[in-house]
Design a protein around this ligand. Sequence first.
Ligand code: ADP
Ligand code: MG
Length: 400
Amino acid sequence: MSTSGGSAASTLIDRATLGDRLAALDPVAAADPSTIRAVRAPGRVNLIGEHTDYNDGFVLPAAIDLEIRIAYRPTDDRRVVLASDADPILAEIDLEAPPPPRGDWTDYVTGTALAMRAAGLPVTGFRGVLASTVPVGAGLSSSAALELAVAWALSGEAPPRIAPLDLARIAQRAENEHVGVRCGLMDQFASASGRPGAAVLLDCRTLASRPVPLPDGLVLVVAHTGLPRALGASAYNERRAQCEAAVATLARYRPGIGALRDVDEALLDAHAATLDPIVLKRARHVVRENARVLAAERALGERDLGTVARLFAESHASLRDDYEVSCPELDLLVEIAAGSPGVHGSRMTGAGFGGCTVTLAEAGAVDALRMRILGEYADRSGREPRVWTVDAVAGAGELA
Ligand code: ADP
Ligand code: MG
């Protein structure tokens, strides 16, 4: 299957093939295939609620059937040896003496082991092979999928002795503390707690969540700009600092404000003059985006597709103009998709600066949409897009 078309599901590797890959590398697994286990952890696409998770706000991601899958054999030697089809470097970790960060993908493996141990969970060695259809650095959370898949393999028990939400927080800690990315909880939550056929609304302060079923007859289309996320980490941390600056100022006027979650537009307007103009724009995005998530939940439930499309458009414009994390390629993809027949909303998804868009489209409109993106977008941007139709799937679990 070409990566530029078709369903994400058709690219997934099956358990038997992945098990054979492990057996080819691991004589014990080859001699006794019953020792082989397999786990899957999905990437995610966020429908709406961007850059709100670290502001204690609302997000609406769906786990999708672009996945990281690991076949593994638990061992009792306190060692992890894991090969990835995406990177020639092998993750080799002594669980008794986990190495410091090295600046490569093995940091996610070590970080997850350290975070599990810090949470008092048992960790078990294993030999494993990993295969992934989540594009790396595309804003579909390959990193969270990696952490969740590794956490399941390390736990030595299926399911792990801990609720999905708690496992997500452990994975987030791995990324925050060992990899050094100050991400919020959305990605790990989505990969851990996804629901088939639904997005899941998460309140990032209370951690309460509820499924939001996708309207019948609509499909999710994910389109990749062909542009890897550039300048991501520094700009991301700068946005976080600007949000914190807004909170620090506003809290002087209204005690009890602990995050932009606590701010509404009236309060922001009342104190606009006291904020640095850039900080004001960043805060305005977050305040309005939180309101849009709740409005989108309602509109999806009522099948008010006109409102869904408007909220997606407003979210994209706000990320482009106020939060300033879009780029010409994302804007062009959204322009093309939003103008296609049978489309009920399109916007950038993930942190921005490249990566992907998410589009809600009628099932019968997807082929024409894909052709337009592959033709018009490629011509006008000079880049090579990729397009997937994705299903909303369950969070991380055993691979049957
Ligand atoms: P995103 O989560 O949006 O895909 P990140 O920069 O957060 O982007 O995470 C990407 C990193 O995750 C990669 O640089 C790599 O270290 C790790 N990673 C993701 N997928 C794989 C994979 N299949 N094999 C090895 N490492 C991976
Ligand atoms: Mg990531």
